[in-house]
Design a protein around this ligand. Structure first.
Ligand SMILES: [Zn+2]
Length: 120
């Protein structure tokens, strides 16, 4: 089954919008190192003990946020690459088509529902 062009175009727009949003969120908690690599921000508040504790807490929050966002961004870029290569919407595990409704809800999905359930 070949995906229809309009559908892919719409998913591409979704992915581009998602990418912009993710980058915006990433910049609030991390500094960009390279195109796909970010480092969590460390904000220096001062030298007092409570300030140090607050720094660590903020850094840990930024770190976990940065990790989540970075993975999402990676998946979005991967999906965009697949669109370019013409194999978007195919399950990475079984090669079958991914349900269009699933792609609508989750445009960077890489596996079909069946394979996804199996891996859980
Ligand atoms: Zn599959």
């Amino acid at each position: 089954m070949k995906m229809d062009k309009k559908f892919i175009e719409e998913r591409k727009n979704d992915l581009e919008a998602r990418k912009t949003q993710l980058k915006k969120e990433l910049f609030t908690s991390a500094d960009q190192v390279t195109e796909n690599d970010y480092d969590a921000k460390f904000i220096d508040l001062g030298e007092k003990e409570d300030e140090n504790a607050a720094e660590v807490e903020m850094f840990e929050k930024n770190l976990s946020m940065e990790k989540t966002l970075e993975v999402s961004l990676y998946n979005v870029n991967l999906a965009l690459k697949k669109i370019e290569e013409g194999n978007y919407g195919l399950c990475e595990k079984c090669g079958g088509p991914i349900n269009p409704d699933r792609l609508k809800a989750f445009p960077s999905a890489t596996a079909c529902m069946k394979c996804k359930e199996k891996s859980l």
